[in-house]
Design a protein around this ligand. Structure first.
Ligand SMILES: Cc1ncc(COP(=O)(O)O)c(C=O)c1O
Length: 362
């Protein structure tokens, strides 16, 4: 057992900033003199609504969300958005394009197939999803209702380094594992959605940023709770929202401001990722899985020379206080998720541990 906090490299739910956890703990039983926890507050109360509004305003400012777009807090995690996107948008033409760069994009496509005709606009399956197709490899159909891609592939450790050019077809992206790690031009997107449990908050919620012009065309069978129109019209509260999760997101956003916002995060995450990738490039034992140009700054995937040695590494690392380094069960290997809240010291300490492991296991 550890008496101190360990370094948690989990892909999600993931490490949250320590000052956020401490503040949440300090405010747990009596939020700012209210005599109750945020968990116990009516979501319609003045006090809770001020938390809600501030969180939304902070997110709008940090990501420079234009007035054309609305921020929604929705339940059901990122996976429910796979259906929500299709049910809300595919009705425009009955068709949609999907770029397949990993299992979450595949899962989203499977969900969309229930509601319309889905076409594969690009795929990286030929090289086991170790790369991101370039713009000239995308076949965007002029009659697609939207073009969908997953901006950061959590399992394979690849990240899109460019925004696909779709010639006016609304762009939809799953940014679950890289939202808030860098500035983004929100105006280029029809919909950005992200599960909360990596860079934002505890699990169970998705943040959706939607161009309001896209709402209101959902299929008649769309459940009320995933209708973007209903969510926009009710300011994310057609029922009880994930109130405590939104509060924690608010704390995380305040912490993010102290790090220089998303611009500050972009620098810090690039330094953290460089440290790890430079080591992998020099190592004779460890090899990065993703092709160089596609490497994710959030999920660093690598292997040793055998699955047995991968296992040994993961076990010994856990004993030394580096937790959750096992690769996703579908691909094996090793994965270090270094989201916003992973401090630089954690990455430095991991690299030192890897160096030592390499010497002992040559
Ligand atoms: C890129 C991406 N999309 C979707 C999901 C699914 O998220 P959730 O479990 O919140 O449904 C994940 C979870 O790890 C993810 O990494």
């Amino acid at each position: 057992m550890f008496s101190e906090r360990i370094y948690n490299f989990s892909a999600g739910p993931s490490v949250l900033p320590l000052p956020v956890l401490e503040q949440a703990a300090a405010e747990m039983t009596n939020y700012r003199g209210s005599g109750m926890s945020v968990m116990e507050m009516s979501h319609r109360s003045k006090m809770y609504l001020s938390i809600f509004e501030e969180t939304k305003a902070d997110l709008k400012r940090l990501l420079k969300v234009p007035d054309t777009h609305e921020i929604l807090f929705m339940q059901g995690g990122a996976t429910l958005q796979f259906a929500a996107v299709a049910m809300n948008l595919i009705g425009a033409t009955g068709k949609a394009d999907y770029a397949i760069t990993g299992n979450f994009a595949t899962a989203a496509m499977k969900e969309a197939k229930k509601y319309g005709e889905v076409r594969i606009a690009a795929s990286s399956e030929d090289r086991n999803h170790t790369y991101i197709p370039s713009q000239d490899k995308l076949t965007v159909s002029p009659d697609a209702s939207y073009f969908y891609y997953c901006a950061n592939n959590t399992i394979y450790g690849t990240e899109w380094k460019y925004i696909p050019e779709t010639g006016g077809i609304p762009l939809v992206t799953d940014m679950s594992s890289n939202i808030l790690s860098k500035p983004i031009d929100v105006s280029k997107y029809g919909i950005i959605f992200a599960g909360a449990q990596k860079n934002m908050a505890p699990a169970g919620m998705a943040v959706v940023i939607i161009d309001k012009a896209l709402a209101g065309k959902e299929l008649a069978i769309t459940p009320k709770l995933i209708s973007y129109k209903v969510m926009i019209d009710s300011d994310s509260m057609p029922n009880t929202p994930p109130a405590y999760t939104i509060y924690v997101l608010g704390l995380v956003l305040k912490w993010l401001e102290t790090q220089g916002g998303v611009e500050g995060m972009e620098k810090i995450k690039a330094e953290k990722a460089k440290l790890l990738y430079d080591f992998l490039d020099d190592s004779a034992l460890f090899n990065g899985c993703a092709e160089r140009e596609a490497r994710s700054d959030m999920n660093v995937t690598f292997r040793t020379t055998s699955p047995e040695l991968d296992d040994k590494f993961v076990k010994e690392a856990a004993k030394a206080g580096f937790e959750n380094l096992k690769g996703h069960r579908s691909v094996g290997g090793i994965r270090a998720s270094i989201y916003n809240a992973m401090p630089m010291e954690g990455v430095k300490a991991l690299v030192e541990f890897m160096k030592d492991f390499e010497v002992k296991n040559k």
